[in-house]
Design a protein around this ligand. Structure first.
Ligand code: DGL
Length: 281
C-alpha cells in the first residue's frame, strides 16, 4: 500500500470517477464551470454497474479507483457516482485518507445535491430516483433530515436504468417500459411530489424518456451543475488545494474496458472528439 511519500507530489488534474459513463454528466458541467482546470476521468466500465453490488464490493472497487487516481497525480478526486458516494465515501474519508495521505481529498455528489433541494420544493414532498445501492443506504434521507427536516422523501430504486444506459438502449421500447414503470411507481407512492432528484449520474443520459413520462408539474433535478458549482466554491475556500490543481484546460479519459468503445460513446456524449486509454486498477 503506497503512502504519501510514494505518491507524486507535483500538482495534477482533478480525478473524476464513476462505475462507467454516468460520471461524464458531472464532468461535462465541471468543464463548463471550471474550463481552466485539468481533469482525469476514470470509468470502471468493466465492472459496471455498481448499483446492485454489496457495500463491501463497492467500497473495495472505489478505493482501488481512488488509489489509482492518486498514483496518476491527482490530489483531489470527485466520486461522480451516487452509489460510490453513498457506500464508500465516508469510510474512505475517515479511515483510508489519513493512512494514505491526509492532504489529499475525496468528495462525493450527494451532499451538494441535498444542499439545494430545500430551495426547490414547494410541496415539501421530494422523490429520489437512484440505484438499489443508493436507495438501500438511505443516504439521501439521512442527509435531507439534517438539512431540510420538513421535507418528506420517497425513494425509488430503478435497477434497470443503468444497464439501459451502459448498453446504449436510451431510445428502445425497453427504455419506454422501464422508465415509465418507475416514474408511475414513485408518483403513486406519493402524489404530492413536486421535485424529483435524479440521484444517479447515469440517469441524465435517459433524460428524453424521463421528461416524456414525468408529469410537467414535477421538476426534474439533474445534479451535474450543482456539483460543479459546489466544487468551484470549495476550491475558492481551499486555496491550498486549488494550488495543487494543474490548469491547462485538458481532459484525459481512462476506462477499464475497451478504449475504442468508450471513446465512441464518450465522444458523442461530450460533443468533442476524444481519446481513451484502457487501464488496469
Ligand atoms: N452512476 C452511478 C451512480 O450515480 C452508478 C451506477 C451503477 O453503476 O449502478 O449511482
Amino acid at each position: 500500500m503506497e503512502t504519501a511519500s510514494q505518491l507524486p507530489s507535483a500538482p495534477g488534474p482533478i480525478g473524476v470517477f464513476d462505475s462507467g459513463y454516468g460520471g461524464l454528466t458531472i464532468l461535462r458541467e465541471m468543464r463548463e464551470t471550471m474550463p481552466q482546470c485539468d481533469f482525469l476521468y476514470l470509468g470502471d466500465n468493466a465492472r459496471a454497474p455498481y448499483g446492485t453490488r454489496s457495500f463491501d464490493v463497492v467500497y473495495e472497487f472505489t478505493l482501488q479507483a481512488v488509489r489509482f487516481l492518486f498514483r496518476q497525480g491527482c490530489h483531489l478526486v470527485i466520486l461522480a457516482c451516487n452509489t460510490a458516494s453513498a457506500k464508500a465515501l465516508r469510510t474512505i474519508q475517515q479511515t483510508d485518507l489519513p493512512l494514505i495521505d491526509s492532504h489529499r481529498r475525496v468528495l462525493g455528489v450527494i451532499r451538494p445535491t441535498v444542499e439545494i433541494v430545500g430551495s426547490l420544493s414547494q410541496t415539501r414532498h421530494v422523490g429520489i430516483m437512484a440505484t438499489q445501492g443508493t436507495v438501500r443506504s438511505r443516504t439521501y434521507e439521512l442527509e435531507l433530515a439534517k438539512l431540510s427536516p420538513d421535507i418528506q422523501v420517497t425513494s425509488e430504486a430503478c435497477p434497470m436504468w443503468v444497464p439501459l444506459v451502459e448498453n446504449e438502449e436510451y431510445d428502445s421500447p425497453g427504455a419506454d417500459y422501464f422508465v415509465r414503470e418507475r416514474i408511475d411507481s414513485l408518483l403513486s407512492r406519493d402524489p404530492l411530489i413536486d421535485t424529483v432528484i435524479l440521484g444517479c449520474t447515469h440517469y441524465p443520459l435517459l433524460i428524453g424518456k424521463i421528461r416524456q413520462y414525468m408529469p410537467h408539474c414535477v421538476r426534474i433535478v439533474e445534479q451535474g451543475k450543482y456539483v460543479a458549482e459546489s466544487l468551484k466554491e470549495y476550491l475558492m475556500r481551499h486555496t491550498e488545494m486549488n494550488e495543487r490543481i494543474t490548469t491547462q484546460g485538458s481532459v484525459r479519459f481512462l476506462t477499464t474496458e475497451q478504449a475504442e468503445v468508450f471513446q465512441t460513446k464518450a465522444t458523442i456524449f461530450m460533443g468533442e472528439p476524444l481519446q481513451a486509454e484502457r487501464v488496469q486498477l
